[in-house]
Design a protein around this ligand. Structure first.
Ligand code: GDP
Length: 194
């Protein structure tokens, strides 16, 4: 069965997303570091795979962070041929702050590393720009253009509606659009494999 993998930095709203899509009682706002395991949910036409949250987590050493990242990369590489689409959840506001901070150090944050990784493997990524409630309505377009540019997509961001999805997952805003995109990828994947 085709797989849909879900990933994101710790605290971006990944559990909220998984809960909204699966309807299962996933723990939201849990203590970071709890989800080291990979959970697969049977969605009928596909398997939704909840990968561990990555990046900085309070009380977790750098070495452990690296281990989680390696585990995610290994899972994705090992399952590449069965992954129909991949979902990377990003925090709209924190993403820009993190990128700018790391830029000054001449480094690339893990969010961008993961985004590049999914594109390089041609895993049909969908980038969910979550927590848009933290951005003033009048600034949505400008902010999304900035995010788009950081991810390597030439603004205006609306050119990339298949790939970039603004969301307020806490309020279920954006969920239907993401589900729709997932289903399209599942259909295309099935056609390709038949
Ligand atoms: P995870 O660590 O990525 O699994 O993130 P969770 O789903 O546990 O969410 C982390 C925190 O972000 C929780 O307190 C959520 O209520 C909150 N959260 C999730 N989605 C949104 C959103 O769209 N807007 C805001 N402001 N908070 C959100």
């Amino acid at each position: 069965r085709p797989k849909v993998v879900v990933m994101g930095r710790s605290n971006v709203g990944k559990s909220t997303f998984v809960k909204a899509v699966t309807g299962e009682n996933v723990r939201v706002g849990k203590k970071p570091g709890v989800t080291l395991k990979i959970t697969e949910y049977d969605m009928g036409t596909y398997l939704l795979v909840d990968l561990p949250g990555f990046g900085y987590m309070e009380g977790i050493e750098k070495k452990a962070q690296e281990k989680i990242k390696d585990q995610i990369i290994k899972y994705v590489e090992d399952n590449k041929s069965t992954i129909a689409t991949s979902i990377l959840i990003l925090d709209a506001k924190a993403l820009i702050e993190i990128i700018d901070r790391w830029d000054q150090k001449g480094e690339i944050p893990i969010d961008l590393e993961m985004a590049d990784f999914l594109e390089e493997l041609s895993l049909n990524p969908i980038f969910v720009i979550n927590k848009m409630d933290k951005i003033k309505n009048s600034e949505w377009d400008a902010h999304l253009d900035r995010v788009s540019e950081k991810l390597g997509f030439l603004p205006p961001w609306r050119q990339w509606l298949d790939i970039l999805v603004p969301a307020i997952l806490r309020d279920n805003y954006g969920i239907d659009g993401i589900k729709h995109r997932i289903n399209r990828h599942i259909q295309a994947f099935k056609k390709l494999k038949s």
